[in-house]
Design a protein around this ligand. Structure first.
Ligand code: C2E
Ligand code: MG
Ligand code: MG
Length: 283
């Protein structure tokens, strides 16, 4: 049921979008093999003058429910492609992951639109990847044609928040995903909980067995990072590595992380992580 609070929020959101007051923060994702920057994930931000920071999970859902999601998607694409160029001009050639609502993917012409936007801004399509989550009303399997078109254009596809919600194993086998992002609900206690460790290791093996890469979301401490490396996870993201950054902080983070990585990579396993890893390796 829509409330007057939602109406006010929606009006404020429409204004913020029209006045170009939304912006993106970018969270680095690293390769666990060597700590190198693999890409950044664009996360939309809205600081309202009266309400303060509004959570994306709140206003993205509102935009989805009220016919504003395509506007948000198009704005976001423009923002990340411009940002890619700015970084490229300053010597940073990175990849950007963009969260896209399954609703925007119902349009069969969407992959062509993205390709046109990339071309007009001089961004190679393989520098972009899309992150999708499955909603109850939007089974991803219905989007097979659109997703395949993206893949043909060299755009990577990740299934986000995997292991929660509605994502099923069938989607992984049938749809042309290139990556699985393991939900932070499991990563958050992977170093302590035997169950989470088993789930995370199983998702990593499953993803890699299907030829996809596995990314852990929400890595917050060194024991988690060490456990994930021992499990063979490909990529990691989380506050331990970096919070979502303003664009001009990326160059400084890259420098700083180069120095921080050796200590992180060699940090001792927590006792709990050791026990879990042993339990797993013994089947
Ligand atoms: P997501 O794509 O799964 O993004 C990860 C969320 O986890 C982000 O929240 C990020 O700030 C947060 N996070 C990152 N590292 C950590 C950590 O170590 N610990 C914890 N506790 N949290 C961490 P955020 O920015 O609030 O975004 C929430 C969700 O909103 C996103 O989840 C995504 O589904 C959606 N979203 C964000 N930006 C966009 C956008 O531009 N378009 C669309 N359609 N959805 C977006
Ligand atoms: Mg995401
Ligand atoms: Mg996620």
């Amino acid at each position: 049921m829509k409330t007057s609070i939602d109406d006010d929020l929606l009006r404020a959101f429409e204004q913020a979008l029209a006045r170009d007051q939304l912006y993106m923060a970018y969270q680095p994702t690293i390769a666990l093999a060597d700590g190198s920057l693999s890409r950044v994930e664009a996360l939309v931000r809205w600081d309202d003058s009266e309400m303060g920071k509004v959570e994306p999970s709140r206003f993205v859902a509102l935009a989805e429910d009220n016919g504003w999601i395509d506007e948000l998607t198009i704005w976001g694409l423009g923002a990340i492609l411009q940002q890619w160029r700015t970084w490229r001009e300053s010597g940073i050639d990175t990849h950007i992951a963009f969260n896209i609502s399954a609703i925007s993917l119902q349009r069969l012409d969407f992959p062509d639109l993205v390709e046109r936007l990339c071309r007009s801004l001089g961004v190679p399509t393989n520098r972009i990847m899309l992150e999708l989550t499955e909603g109850a009303t939007q089974p991803l399997i219905k989007l097979m044609d659109t997703l395949t078109r993206f893949r043909i254009k060299g755009i990577g596809l990740a299934i986000d928040d995997f292991g929660t919600g509605y994502s099923s194993l069938l989607q992984l086998r049938r749809l042309p995903f290139t990556e699985v992002k393991i939900d932070r609900a499991f990563v958050g206690d992977v170093e302590k909980s035997k169950d989470s460790a088993l789930i995370v290791k199983t998702i990593i093996d499953l993803a890699q067995g299907l030829g996809l890469s596995a990314t852990a979301e929400g890595v917050e401490n060194a024991a988690q990072l060490t456990t994930l490396r021992a499990m063979g996870c490909d990529l990691a993201q989380g506050y331990l590595i970096a919070a979502p950054l303003a664009p001009d902080q990326l160059a400084g983070w890259i420098e700083e992380f180069k120095h921080r990585w050796p200590a992180l990579a060699n940090s001792p396993r927590s006792a709990a992580a050791e026990i879990e890893a042993n339990a797993l390796s013994q089947g």
